[in-house]
Ligand binder design. Structure first.
Ligand SMILES: C[S@@+](CC[C@H](N)C(=O)[O-])C[C@H]1O[C@@H](n2cnc3c(N)ncnc32)[C@H](O)[C@@H]1O
Length: 592
């Protein structure tokens, strides 16, 4: 049975322990003075046990019979009695991705997608799909049907007038931008000490509702489950007009432009292996691959230049606030990603072995299948070594620094929330990665439609105070011991935040405060229900009330009242700013 990379690590580790080789391995790792030596040593151990044989990449490519099977599944969803149009498009998209270029199968999949577009009243997209169908060998006997649909579309477009414009709201920084870092408010400063490492503080009082950072990622990765719904490059869910990668069956784009940029950035190297990689690795670890391929393309594929650049970085002295971002080069942006915390010194031998195995498996599959990467490395073994080292490094920086990208999904049949946050993917961010954790944070992150992530203050922060994010362990949801052990395992630090020091209670045990008689609690059930239904007007109306309440009573934190209003405020941010599923637009025309 083929293994994934984690299974391989567990199996190897078990064997090492059973065979009494743990001490030898630990001593050998301690004796390694470079990453290259660690990887070489672990490679030796892996080879001693013949473990790589168990990794069996399946490869990827076009497959006509699978494409036809997907189309049939699409047709079942499209049936008038089923009308699951978004699901139908997802199957047709998979069919498009699997079909051979210039094939009848490809033509029919586009034509079928045009039929869905027609039902969803997306007449422009319908015409584009008809054009794509005709560009391929569409069966002659069906051309009449296509022409009829085209004429109906043109009629509809004439009678409908212009296309509607979707208003997208992007939050603006609440204070003047830093002149050298325009995506960060000038009130933020970077500090460093032995307890926290690098961290961000504010040089003015901040209030709930303030926007202090709007940052775009250096590298990002789309969640695998969205591959037939969203563009792999810009992540937009433009599922009615996706076009396939010309070689693999796993990647689709919203336009020729995104296809070109993806190929130049990462996809040309990753194309033959990305499907296997998603089977072998979790998405956080895949960020190590994506960040490495992006680093390579940032240097125009010149691995020697990349190596020299890395050697020239003074790690202890480089951070994003030292750079002028107004004219920054992509190579300098990579430097800030390269020097993100690895926590390598705190990692156990088991943990280091695991990361080294990831680098070994990933590079083995890459060098085995990626013609583009082999061309870039030529016969220079030190270039291959560099690729392994970068993957090893980012397999450490990724779980510590990379941020999840989220979107608001809509699932009308869901038991609990119809609107809820789902994973869009992962991204690497130089400035957001400077924010430390607290189990009682004072900001939240929201993924915007533009692909940027905004940091929004959700509790007052006094001048001189540190900004705190939450790494997934909140005092309202998790007990102290679970938080402490989780943070230590993943982030290698002992949390001494206010919630840990003062043992703040869980959400339902929080005290309630007594409000002055003239203050009305800002959450009322009807309005909160409307917020849960994602009503924009309610969010716009309520956000100032929620902010005012938190800013007035924030000093009484921890308390149920402030925490519940923080939740409601987050909901407002999500309704107003977060990237939303396009599915919602079709809720009256399709069963979702
Ligand atoms: C995303 S980085 C934050 C920036 C980091 N301080 C640096 O210097 O690069 C996460 C790492 O910062 C450190 N860190 C985060 N929150 C912390 C806290 N509350 N106390 C101590 N260290 C913390 C841990 O080493 C953690 O693995």
């Amino acid at each position: 049975m083929p293994l994934d990379a984690y299974d391989l690590y567990s199996e190897l580790w078990r064997t090492v322990v059973i065979n009494g080789q743990l001490e030898r391995l630990t001593a050998a790792l301690k004796g390694c003075s470079t990453d290259s030596e660690i990887i070489r040593y672990i490679r030796q151990v892996v080879d001693e046990h013949g473990m790589l044989e168990f990794i069996k990449p399946k490869g990827d490519g076009k497959d006509e019979s699978k494409a036809i099977a997907c189309r049939k599944r699409g047709n079942e969803c499209f049936h008038p009695k089923v009308r699951k149009y978004v699901k139908a498009v997802e199957h047709y998209n998979e069919s498009i991705a699997l079909a051979e270029a210039n094939s009848e199968t490809l033509a029919i999949a586009y034509a079928n997608r045009s039929a869905v577009c027609f039902e969803l009243q997306e007449y422009e997209a319908c015409l584009e799909n008809i054009r794509l169908a005709r560009q391929n060998p569409y069966p002659e006997n069906l051309l009449g049907k296509l022409a009829k649909r085209e004429a109906e579309c043109q009629n509809k477009l004439q009678s409908n007038g212009g296309a509607e414009v979707n208003e997208i709201r992007e939050p603006k920084l609440s204070y003047k931008p830093n002149p050298s870092i325009p995506h960060v408010s000038d009130c933020l400063e970077l500090k460093e000490d032995s307890q926290f490492g690098r961290y961000l503080v504010t040089n003015r009082n901040l209030s709930a509702g303030d926007v202090v950072i709007v940052e775009k990622p250096f590298s990002r990765l789309l969640a695998a489950q969205l591959r037939y719904l969203n563009c792999d490059y810009c992540h937009q869910d433009v599922f009615l007009s996706l076009i396939p990668c010309e070689s693999c069956s796993f990647t689709m784009f919203c336009s020729e432009n995104c296809r070109k940029k993806a190929n130049e950035g990462y996809h040309a190297v990753e194309c033959p292996i990305i499907k296997d990689m998603h089977f072998l690795f979790t998405k956080v670890i895949l960020m190590a691959l994506r960040t490495t391929t992006m680093a390579i393309s940032t240097f125009g594929g010149n691995l020697e230049e990349l190596r020299l650049h890395i050697e020239s970085i003074d790690e202890s002295n480089l951070h994003p606030f030292k750079l002028d971002w107004t004219g920054i080069s992509p190579q300098e942006v990579y430097s800030t990603i390269h020097v993100l915390a690895t926590n390598q010194k705190q990692r156990t031998p088991g943990d280091l072995t695991q990361r080294a195995i990831y680098a070994i498996v990933m590079s083995e599959v890459l060098f085995g299948k990626s013609q583009r990467l082999n061309e870039l490395c030529g016969d220079n073994e030190s270039h291959r070594d560099l690729v392994r080292q970068l993957i090893f490094r980012h397999a450490q920086t990724a779980p510590v620094n990379m941020h999840s990208l989220m979107y608001m999904d809509y699932a009308p049949d869901a038991d609990e929330e119809q609107f809820r946050q789902e994973s869009l993917g992962c991204g690497s961010f130089p400035i957001l990665s400077m924010i430390n954790h607290s189990c009682a944070p004072n900001l939240v992150r929201v993924t915007l439609s533009s692909g940027c992530v905004a940091a929004l203050i959700n509790r007052p922060v006094k001048k001189g105070g540190q900004l705190f994010d939450n790494y997934g362990y909140h005092h309202c949801l998790d007990a102290l011991t679970d938080r402490q052990s989780g943070l230590r395992a993943q982030y290698s630090f002992k949390c001494e935040c206010e919630a840990c020091r003062k043992n703040y209670p869980l959400y339902f045990s929080l005290k309630r405060i007594e409000l002055p008689p003239n203050v009305v609690h800002p959450i009322n059930n009807d309005e909160f229900e409307r917020l849960r239904e994602h009503d924009m007007q309610t969010a716009l109306n309520k956000m100032p009330d929620y902010c005012r309440f938190i800013n007035t009573f924030g000093g009484q934190y921890p308390c149920y009242d402030v925490s519940s209003v923080q939740e409601a405020l987050l909901r407002c941010f999500q309704v107003i700013f977060a990237t939303q599923t396009r599915k919602l637009k079709y809720k009256d025309l399709s069963s979702l």
